[in-house]
Design a binder for this molecule. Structure first.
Ligand code: SF4
Length: 269
């Protein structure tokens, strides 16, 4: 078993934990006989109302959302509720956290010492081969729109520490304590699709700023109400919420500066 005192990341986490701590959507608490994990939204639920899960069962919990959909990103904000997991010691706690948020402890610990060991967008995409080389063709503004859309808090609770020119990292208070140190496979696939969309022949649509704001409001609504059978990583589907958000990013950039702040799409940012 892992010994907390031989694992600096775990030891640092136990120091930070104190009595309780929230990791993305999971509340971790010290108890008289170890630790307890549950969904943060179940914070006040009676123990008897929650299904007891073993550490091994957390894997299945994290794999699928409530509607049965596969969760390609474990840090997506759709972890299922209604469970609690009791663990007896720090080594089991580490296992439990890694089942729910793989790599969290190591990444969090690595990011504690500045500068964090990030791989920014350009060096990451420049080392890609095959069909993913396309992601390197996005210019900085297109890459920033793609990243803002893909990594939005509605889709992922990791705090992005890597950047591309013109796009700041997420601020320290953003999203959660789970850092994102380099683009993930989903981002890479989305960037590839984004470049494919950029390569299509463009058309011109005349819209007043007010009409554009209506379109933005519609996109925002549609992004929050995706078709129930749509797979999160299916970027070929025009209704994919990340694609809608990317279009919103592009349209918002076209709004006159003095009216851009009226865009309802920005209310939750
Ligand atoms: S690249 Fe973006 S979507 Fe992927 S894990 Fe990092 S923050 Fe989340």
């Amino acid at each position: 078993m892992t010994n907390a005192f031989h694992n600096p990341a775990l030891a640092a986490f136990l120091d930070a934990l104190a009595a309780e701590l929230t990791v993305a959507q999971v509340r971790v608490r010290r108890t008289a006989d170890g630790f307890e994990l549950r969904h943060e939204a179940d914070d006040r639920a009676a123990d008897g109302d929650l299904r007891p899960l073993s550490v091994a069962e957390l894997c299945a919990l994290a794999t699928h959302a409530d509607n049965g959909a596969f969760r390609p990103l474990r840090a997506a904000p759709n972890l299922r509720r209604g469970w609690r997991c009791k663990v007896g010691d720090a080594a089991e706690l580490e296992l439990a956290l890694n089942r729910l948020y793989p790599g969290f402890l190591a990444d969090w610990f690595a990011a504690l010492t500045p500068p964090p060991p990030v791989t920014n967008y350009r060096p990451f995409v420049e080392r890609q081969t095959g069909m993913y080389r396309l992601a390197a063709k996005l210019n900085d503004a297109q890459a920033a729109q793609t990243i803002r859309a893909c990594c939005h808090a509605r889709f992922c609770l990791k705090r992005r520490l890597w950047t591309v020119a013109g796009l700041a990292p997420d601020p320290p208070t953003a999203k959660s304590m789970i850092p994102c140190l380099e683009p993930c496979a989903l981002l890479l696939e989305f960037a590839r699709k984004s470049m494919r969309l950029e390569q299509e022949e463009k058309m011109t649509v005349d819209l007043s700023p007010s009409d554009l704001r209506s379109v933005l409001a519609a996109l925002d609504w549609a992004a929050q109400h995706p078709p129930p059978d749509l797979r999160e990583a299916d970027f070929a589907d025009a209704a994919n919420p990340r694609r809608l958000r990317r279009v919103a990013e592009k349209l918002r950039a076209r709004l006159p500066a003095e009216t851009a702040g009226q865009n309802p799409d920005e209310r939750d940012e």
